[in-house]
Write a protein that binds this ligand. Structure first.
Ligand SMILES: *Cc1c(COP(=O)(O)O)cnc(C)c1O
Length: 435
């Protein structure tokens, strides 16, 4: 027996119970991120989880193999109670999913190879032929495209409503969707929200949507893309959403070095999606899952700093003579939007739109002059990014629809990072001078 071998009969080999409370005090997510869901004893004492590069898992016995497959195939409720095959699940992804659940107060979470894989598998799991999806607008362009172009191939239609709609307006939209579903011979299969909307930061009243869905007695989940404010500044499950959706590529990953996605919610809502993920694949890979666990240890620090920086930068920009306006949640002008913000959000985030006096030419001069902020799409990373939605992320959106969504030619989208705030202000000062 070599020095590093552990005597399997030693009490040191016994896995420790998960600690989520001390003397009745619930531990905070930022504390749990360092160890929750992982016991070093099971991996040679390795403080950090090893990356499990394996496609398949050995069963202790044939009977165990049978039992695991009964869980995977749904023959026995409760899912798999052991690992089977890496398309279904694996240790790094399971630990990641446990930790993601903690942030949103969810019972269960599923990880995916991208935000869009999460969204597509989620929608496919719930939509049947001739169903209707109700969604807020604007959505992330690829999400909107998946509903309007891909699901349309299977006879699924949609009804959309503007973010910020009132309870009465949402009631009317649901009535219209129900009538449309009846006519098609299907059902309303999902309410899909995105709040705040990109790039205008318009908020959806999730509490009003919950009340409307309950009043209409619709038996379908309310899902919400929480990429812009989650997991720190908004917990939509607390406002009555059933499923929270993330592009982990953004604030959660936070270093602009990976692509991944997730969904979280009650087990009953996750199960159909898990079954389809088992069939299709699309689970996050172990290396990316490991990087995300690294990222989750600092997500609160990073988001807090980025949020504080954004507040300082926006204070500066709001006073600048070349600035026409800001779409920043810390400076809402509309009473209805402020009311939603006060009920739903714990922070204003660090992604906002900057409206310059002028049009595309002025925006391009500003973007080309930036020295610290990089000219790139995406958001939520440690570095500050700036882009021009009308000519980049939303170029494929028809001009009329773009105007309707408030995506004007003089709009620059900015995602503030964790740099020194005064350095960022110096950069924006000189770039505005160049306009
Ligand atoms: C980026 C993004 C997505 C898509 O996520 P990927 O990880 O790029 O697939 C979906 N929704 C929102 C709001 C996003 O910002």
């Amino acid at each position: 027996m070599s020095d590093h071998d552990i005597d399997p009969t030693s009490p040191r080999m016994a896995p420790k119970p998960e600690v989520t409370k001390i003397d009745g005090r619930e531990l905070k997510p930022s504390t749990l991120m360092m160890g929750y869901g992982y016991d070093p004893v099971l991996s040679e004492g390795s403080l950090k989880p090893p990356i499990f590069l394996t496609s398949t898992f050995a069963f202790p016995s044939a009977a165990d193999g049978k039992r695991h497959f009964e869980g995977i195939t749904g023959k026995r409720p409760g899912g798999a109670d052991g690992l089977v095959y890496s398309r279904f699940n694996a240790p790094n992804q399971e630990i990641l999913e446990d930790r993601l659940s903690v942030w949103d107060g969810a019972e269960d979470a599923l990880s995916f190879s991208s935000g869009m894989t999460a969204i597509c598998v989620l929608m496919l799991a719930y939509a049947s032929q001739n169903d209707v999806i109700v969604h807020s607008g604007p959505l992330y362009a690829a999400s909107e495209g998946f509903v309007a172009k891909v699901l349309a191939k299977f006879g699924v239609t949609y009804v959309d409503f503007p973010a910020g709609a009132t309870r009465e307006e949402i009631d009317a939209v649901l009535a219209k969707a129900k009538a449309q579903a009846d006519e098609q011979g299907g059902k309303v299969c999902m309410i899909y929200l995105e709040s705040p909307g990109n790039p205008t930061n318009a908020l959806v009243d999730v509490e009003a949507v919950r009340a409307s869905v309950d009043a209409a007695q619709l038996d379908c989940p309310i899902a919400i893309d929480n990429t812009f404010l989650g997991p720190l500044w908004q917990r939509p499950l607390d406002q009555g959403a059933d499923i929270v959706v993330y592009s982990l590529t953004k604030y959660v990953g936070g270093h602009s070095d990976l692509v991944a996605g997730s969904i979280a919610g009650a087990k009953k809502w996750m199960d159909p999606v898990r079954m389809l993920r088992n069939t299709m694949g699309g689970i996050c890979d172990p290396n990316t899952a490991w990087m995300l666990m690294r990222s989750l240890e600092t997500v609160e620090l990073r988001m807090n700093r980025a949020g504080e920086n954004a507040a300082k930068v926006c204070d500066f920009l709001a006073q600048h003579p070349k600035v026409e306006g800001l779409g920043y949640l810390g400076m809402i002008k509309d009473a209805r939007q402020q009311d939603i913000y006060d009920r739903h959000c714990k922070g204003a985030g660090s992604t906002f739109s900057l409206l310059l006096k002028g049009g595309e030419a002025e925006c391009f001069r500003f973007l080309d002059a930036l020295k610290i902020a990089k000219l790139a799409v995406s958001l939520g990373g440690t570095e500050t990014l700036a882009s021009h939605p009308a000519s980049m992320t939303h170029l494929s959106v028809a001009e009329g629809r773009r105007a309707e969504l408030g995506i004007s030619d003089n709009l620059v989208r900015i995602s503030i990072g964790i740099e020194d705030p005064d350095d960022l202000i110096a950069d924006f000062t000189q770039a505005l001078e160049a306009v």
